[in-house]
Design a protein around this ligand. Structure first.
Ligand code: G3P
Length: 217
């Protein structure tokens, strides 16, 4: 399973990257706002730090404007994946940008039908938002399963990038289904290390060790 980090927080990316936990990064306009940084400057910094794809999102709504913005974003670094929304214009932009040799991440996917169109338009990644489906009492994990089944049936090469991940459980569930990539906030990735029995076990080991009166080294 590839791990992308869903943030434009450079320090948080660095911490995970130094541990070998980062296969790529995803950003969006909301994450750029949260980081409070200039999009070009922060994206360049992230691209220099991370070897894998770094998604940077267009904001235009018409295909021709998305293509123009996408080409500008792609100039930031070789590892940019241009992110376009799953609209009809976004699919046109996906087609043009991928034919032009750019990686394209089609975002805001909420149905298997949308995912089929993205694959046919040549998307490198499809980003189904699972947490936002859960928010409206639909099953985001089921969407990943449906897309996996359809993509495998037809040998589509578009990678499934499970996004809007809110919990460790989301990561486990989409991993069992066989998502290609997950993108999650740094805090969710770090919380994968937590287990109440690890904490309890460590506490007991520390207590018992103190009773031995020994030292290592
Ligand atoms: O990768 C998409 C992600 O940034 C959206 O997450 O939690 O705002 O639905 P969320």
């Amino acid at each position: 399973m590839k791990f992308f980090v869903d943030t434009a927080d450079v320090d948080a990316i660095r911490e995970l990257n130094d541990l070998g936990m980062v296969d790529g990064v995803t950003t969006n306009p909301s994450l750029i706002l949260k980081a409070g940084r200039d999009i070009t400057e922060v994206t360049r910094e992230i691209c220099a730090m991370v070897d894998g794809p770094v998604s940077a999102e267009v904001v235009a709504e018409k295909a021709e404007d998305m293509i123009r913005e996408g080409k500008i974003l792609a100039q930031i670094a070789d590892n940019i994946a241009v992110k376009v929304p799953l609209t009809w214009d976004g699919l046109k932009a996906c087609r043009a940008l991928s034919q032009d040799g750019h990686m394209v991440n089609v975002t805001l996917c909420f149905s298997p039908a949308q995912a089929i169109l993205a694959a046919k338009a040549g998307a490198t990644f499809i980003s189904p938002f699972i947490g936002r489906l859960d928010d409206i009492h639909l099953d985001g994990v089921d969407l990943i399963a449906d897309i996996r089944e359809i993509y495998d049936n037809y040998g589509y090469e578009t990678q499934i990038l499970a996004a809007s991940i809110r919990s460790v459980n989301h990561i486990i569930e989409v991993g069992k289904i066989g998502t290609d990539v997950i993108t999650a906030p740094p805090g969710v990735i770090k919380s994968m290390a937590n287990h109440v029995l690890t904490d309890k076990g460590l506490e007991q080991f520390n207590k018992d060790w103190a009773k031995t009166g020994q030292k290592i080294g």
